[in-house]
Each structure stands twice: as structure tokens, then as C-alpha cells.
Write a new protein. Sequence first.
Length: 91
Amino acid sequence: MTQPFQTQYTPHAQQNHAPPLDTSTADQIRSKITLREHRVLRLAAQEMTNKEIAQALGIKEETAKCHRKNVLRKLGLRGKSDLRRLLRLLD
């Protein structure tokens, strides 16, 4: 007999804000992402859409979307608010 699917309680999933970012140094963070991903990150933090980012960098929209997803995955971020906080760390 199979067990029914159960969701596990995670405190951050129940809150309106993301967990605090790891306090890695700016150099450690930069070493985890490519230069192109860093550029996409900066533009995304300025509320630019994937289409606008693609036009600004001369790449396809799907490529911009992929870079944005890669940054989130590599750095363990959850969304735009985490991106903005990360940029403050990098400045």
C-alpha cells in the first residue's frame, strides 16, 4: 500500500518574505556566477523584463530567462527581493 503524498511544513513557505541570504563575501558570490549572469542580475533588479534584458544585452529572451534562473539556483535565491538584497551586498 502506498503512502499518500504529504507536504512538510517549512517555516519560510508560510511567510511573506524569503529567508536571510547567506553572508558570503561579495567575491565568493561573484565567483559562483558568470559575468553574463551578473549583468542579467543587475538588469533584473532594475525591474527589467526578460525581453528588455535580452534587447539590452543582444541575446534572445529565452537566454535571458535561463541566466536569471541560473543565478537564482546557484545562489539559492527565491525571487526579486532576494536579488535586490544580493546587489546591495555586491555594491
